[in-house]
Design a binder for this molecule. Structure first.
Ligand SMILES: Nc1ncnc2c1ncn2[C@@H]1O[C@H](COP(=O)(O)OP(=O)(O)OP(=O)(O)O)[C@@H](O)[C@H]1O
Length: 311
């Protein structure tokens, strides 16, 4: 594998793309290290595709700078070391998977060995002789990935590779991505689901309205955004229960829920909370720590009220 640089494989500084007056990507500074799987997560329209398009020269930045494989000029020799599914290749439905790949391979000066290796990697070798139109969605996604893998690129940039896949298709896609990382390939992929991407990525960057609002390992992001401990109390008379809970030591905040209250307090406050509620005549049916999924954390991070005032 060609080693172009010891520095980051992707490096952007203040990268910005505006369409008219609107910033699709707004002042994004990030780096992706060699061999890393970096997940780019954001809701629809957050700017993920636009960011990735700039990385492969399909869109020109309005401001800021970028380097890919150590190069700020994205010439063909640099881009040949990058595999991408950003612009999903327009496969011909009446041609076989292999014929479709052959067309693309010819463009980039690659041969049968590259096609065979890519088909084998994505586990499509057995169906390579079937027409594209007979492929399932998962197989279509894998063929797109095969087109990106031809020639064993050093960097893979995959836009929503798991989109539309069922759970087993997603698991297969994750395995494929990890295999690529294991052979030393750097991978940047995007998704609108943090929970899905967290399982495969070393680090995650959260994009919201074009801005990078958090970067870190999933554990770091959870610690930063999801570590607010809370107790979920199921009880009657939630209004009264909330006011009793608010008066207790160690309780930071209380919100009323359907059929109970959510009390922001450490887990060891559960005993005192239960006693106080029962003493106030409230029927407590249960108290348990409030488990937050990664997806809850992500939705809270990308809710517009959560981001008011945050740079
Ligand atoms: N060529 C364009 N002209 C005008 N606006 C554009 C163009 N491309 C993207 N946008 C706008 O930029 C914003 C970011 O779009 P982008 O496709 O990058 O987001 P995304 O995070 O990839 O979303 P999705 O998951 O829906 O693909 C959106 O508001 C979109 O409408």
């Amino acid at each position: 594998m060609t080693q172009g640089t010891d520095g980051p494989v992707i490096e952007t500084s203040g990268l910005t793309k505006r369409f008219g007056g609107k910033s699709a990507v707004d002042d994004v500074t990030l780096d992706v290290r060699r061999g890393e799987v970096y997940g780019f997560v954001g809701l629809n329209g957050a700017g993920k595709t636009t960011f990735m398009r700039m990385l492969v020269g399909l869109a020109r930045p309005t401001a800021g700078s970028l380097k890919v494989l150590g190069h700020s000029r994205l010439t063909n020799p640099v881009l040949r070391r990058v595999g991408t599914t950003i612009e999903r290749p327009a496969f011909y439905p009446g041609m076989t998977g292999r014929q479709n790949l052959s067309l693309l391979a010819r463009y980039s000066g690659m041969g049968d060995a590259d096609i065979d290796a890519a088909l084998k990697t994505v586990d499509l070798a057995d169906r390579a002789g079937d027409r594209f139109r007979t492929y399932s969605l998962g197989m279509k996604q894998r063929l797109a990935l095969a087109s990106a893998l031809m020639g064993e690129p050093e960097l893979l940039i995959l836009d929503e590779p798991a989109n539309g896949l069922d759970p087993s298709g997603m698991a297969a896609m994750r395995e494929l991505i990890r295999e690529q990382a294991a052979r030393g390939c750097t991978v940047m992929l995007s998704s609108h689901l943090l929970g899905e991407i967290a399982q495969v990525c070393d680090r995650v960057g959260v994009l919201h309205h074009g801005r990078l609002i958090a970067v870190g390992t999933t554990a770091e992001i959870e610690a930063q955004y999801g570590a607010r401990p809370a107790l979920l109390v199921t009880c009657d008379d939630t209004g009264k229960a909330a006011s009793v809970a608010r008066d207790l030591d160690g309780v930071q905040d209380v919100s009323e829920q359907d059929g109970g209250i959510l009390v922001y307090a450490p887990e060891d406050a559960a005993g005192a909370l239960n006693s106080a509620l029962v003493a106030a005549g409230i029927t407590v049916r249960g108290i348990r720590p409030n488990e937050r999924s990664l997806e809850d954390v992500f939705l809270e991070m990308t809710s517009d009220t959560a981001n008011e005032g945050r740079a």
